[in-house]
Structures are given as C-alpha cells and as structure tokens.
Design a protein around this ligand. Structure first.
Ligand code: APR
Length: 170
C-alpha cells in the first residue's frame, strides 16, 4: 500500500501525472498560492472551463483538463478555512481528499499529485492537515486499487519532513 504513496518537495505544476489537485476556493475562478500557480501554467483555457463548472462546495472536488500543464487534468478541491478546529474543518478536509480519489476513479485516472490543501492561505495547521491527508488517502487507496500512484508535493522542506515523519508512523 505504501509503495503507492510518494512524497516530494517542489512545484506541483511541474508534475507529470494524470491529475494534479488544486487547492481552490468556492468560486473556482483562481487565486493565489497553488491555485494561482496552476492557472498561470495551465493558461486561460483553464479559467474558461472553470467558469462553466458553477463553483464548488467546500469539501468537494471537480475535474477539468490540464491544458498547458504537464498533467492531463486538474482536480479542483475546496478545503475548509481553519477557524480553530471546532467547525467541522477536519471532516471537510478529509472530504476533499476523499472526493479527489472518487473523481479520479470515475475518470479512470491512475496517478494523482496533491498539494497540502488548506495549509496556506486557509490557515490549517500543517501537522493536523497532514495526518488527515495521509489517513484519508490510505483508506481511499484501499477502495480504489486502480489508482497506482499518489504523490504529496510540499512546497517547503519543513513540510516534507512532517509528511515523511507521519507517513513512517502510519
Ligand atoms: N506547488 C506546491 N505547493 C504549493 C505551491 C506550488 N506551486 N504553491 C503553494 N503551495 C503550498 C503552500 O505552501 C501550502 O502548503 O500549497 C499549500 C496550500 O496553500 P494555498 O495555495 O494557500 O492553498 P489553501 O491554504 O488551500 O488556500 C486556498 O488560497 O490561492 C487561494 O484561491 C485559493 O482562495 C483559495 C485559498
């Protein structure tokens, strides 16, 4: 099972996988952080397709093409804004990861690369978010054996160490 989970540090937009996951907002009309990087690399057609999707609920995910990105698709997931941890944030974040796997499986995808959803502008503490990401993803990989490879791409070395430590403990 763990051979299907990989860790990397770098720019998510450079990863050649069936889909990279975007840490989007409810409008799906772009933003800063990884959302901004994805739209910059994908080009304007991505925004045009996103406009046709009619937004996305927090905890849900929707798929588009990848356009000028190396990845074939982008799965746009909307994570929760962290408000102290007592407003269902953990359940909403877990739902993001779960929905990404479901959307990937529905589209016959075999490889996924995730950023650390909600841990930037949305303020989710990295340790808690990382545990939710890994636990949820492990459960989904059991559900969908056809998904052969998932890569968790952190922007910083610090975050990579946190993922590596938690993955080793799972
Ligand atoms: N590649 C990989 N990871 C990245 C990249 C990148 N190019 N750019 C940023 N990150 C990391 C951040 O360091 C953070 O760990 O992605 C994680 C998520 O941070 P954000 O992109 O700020 O996403 P999030 O916290 O989910 O906030 C979403 O920010 O960009 C807006 O439109 C977006 O409103 C939404 C909000």
């Amino acid at each position: 099972m763990k051979e299907r989970i990989h860790l990397a540090q770098g720019d998510l937009t450079e990863f050649l996988v069936d889909a990279i996951v975007n840490a989007a907002n409810n409008s799906l009309l772009g933003g800063g952080g990884v959302d901004g990087a994805i739209h910059r690399q994908a080009g304007p057609e991505l925004l045009t397709e996103c406009r046709s999707l009619g937004g996305c609920e927090t905890g849900d995910a929707k798929i588009t093409k990848g356009y000028s990105l190396p990845a074939l698709h982008v799965i746009h997931a909307v994570g929760p804004v962290y408000r102290g941890g007592h407003s269902g944030e953990a359940q909403k974040l877990a739902s993001c990861y779960k929905r990404c796997f479901e959307v990937a499986a529905q589209n016959g995808l075999k490889s996924l690369a995730f950023p650390s959803i909600s841990t930037g502008a949305y303020g989710y503490p990295i340790n808690e978010a990382c545990e939710i990401a890994l636990r949820t993803s492990l459960a989904q990989l059991k559900r969908f054996p056809q998904i052969e490879r998932t890569i968790f791409v952190t922007f910083s070395g610090r975050d990579l160490l946190i993922y590596a430590k938690q993955l080793a403990e799972l």
